[in-house]
Ligand binder design. Structure first.
Ligand SMILES: Cc1cc2nc3c(=O)[nH]c(=O)nc-3n(C[C@H](O)[C@H](O)[C@H](O)COP(=O)(O)O)c2cc1C
Ligand code: SF4
Ligand code: SF4
Length: 260
């Protein structure tokens, strides 16, 4: 028999994991919460009727790894009921809709879409950077929205953030039409500063795409980056960049939240 909820997510710097965990634990305290890079994610999802699926928005799109994961496992989603949760630094238009449309193509019913503003994760850009107190407030506001959503779902009403036609147009015109090339394929733009890298291997072990290896005691990327920023936020030498030229601030959710 299928069980209640299962949560699956991609999270680079912790925001999405935090939000998905808060939401699903309030709906079903026994729900498994599994990262998409974990090989157990698909077999777990297969046994559940309701899937909460979370990811960070990138240039108003779902990350390439998320899109590939949904399409590669299309047979699993048939008949499932999915709530798409998109976290973002500012705006996405139809962030939740990007995955929702793919799930529908694969035969799932999308019962809800939830957009949650969280601190921005782009560690090598000054754009959207906030003070520590502002980050705490953003996280508190997201927690309140999650609590309201849990009550709504309890009374049979589902949020529809990012799912309608106007959201779709806003996502297209706001960003996706101009920046689609950035998320179309995996990125080969990740840069390692060899003068800073000490070959500790942290980036290699945390990458969900297994995009990094150590060669001659230095990290080397292999052109399959899904731009999650996990390695960039965790490198002890701030040696990794992607969008920008220099690490401005390594974002770590745990510095600004009280945990689940
Ligand atoms: C490459 C990249 C592109 C992003 N694009 C957007 C965007 O278009 N709109 C937005 O509001 N936030 C954007 N963000 C911010 C993230 O979506 C946001 O910080 C998210 O909560 C990070 O979640 P995570 O910690 O689970 O990875 C972007 C982040 C990255 C790394
Ligand atoms: S985490 Fe940083 S220092 Fe460590 S191997 Fe990777 S790039 Fe080098
Ligand atoms: S290389 Fe870094 S930013 Fe790219 S997918 Fe791996 S951990 Fe994420």
């Amino acid at each position: 028999m299928e069980k209640e909820y299962c949560a699956i997510y991609l999270s680079g710097t912790g925001n999405t994991k935090f939000c998905v965990e808060k939401l699903v634990k309030s709906l079903d305290e026994n729900a498994p919460i599994i990262a998409i890079e974990n090989s157990a994610a698909i077999s777990a999802a297969a046994g559940y009727k309701n899937i909460i699926f979370g990811y960070p928005v990138q240039f108003s799109n779902a990350p390439k790894m998320v899109r590939d994961f949904i399409l590669a496992n299309r047979e699993v989603w048939r008949g499932k009921i999915v709530i798409c949760v998109a976290t973002m630094g500012a705006f996405s238009g139809d962030g939740a809709g990007c995955a929702a449309r793919l799930f529908k193509k694969c035969g799932a019913t999308v019962s809800g879409g939830l957009h949650l503003k969280m601190p921005d994760s782009v560690c090598d850009s000054k754009f959207l950077k906030k003070s520590a107190e502002e980050k705490r407030q953003i996280i508190r506001r997201a927690e309140k929205k999650i609590a309201r959503t849990v009550l709504q779902i309890g009374s049979g009403k589902f949020p529809h953030d990012g799912l309608g036609i106007f959201a779709h147009i806003a996502g297209l015109l706001g960003q996706r039409l101009w920046f689609y090339n950035k998320t179309k394929n995996y990125s080969d733009k990740l840069k390692i500063d060899n003068t800073l890298c000490v070959g500790c291997g942290t980036c290699v072990s945390v990458c969900p795409m297994k995009n990094l290896t150590l060669e001659n005691q230095t990290a080397a990327p292999h052109g399959k980056c899904t731009m999650c920023y996990r390695c960039i936020s965790l490198c002890p030498k701030m040696a990794i960049t992607l969008v920008g030229k220099k690490v401005v601030e390594q974002y770590r959710l745990e510095n600004f939240s009280d945990g689940i």
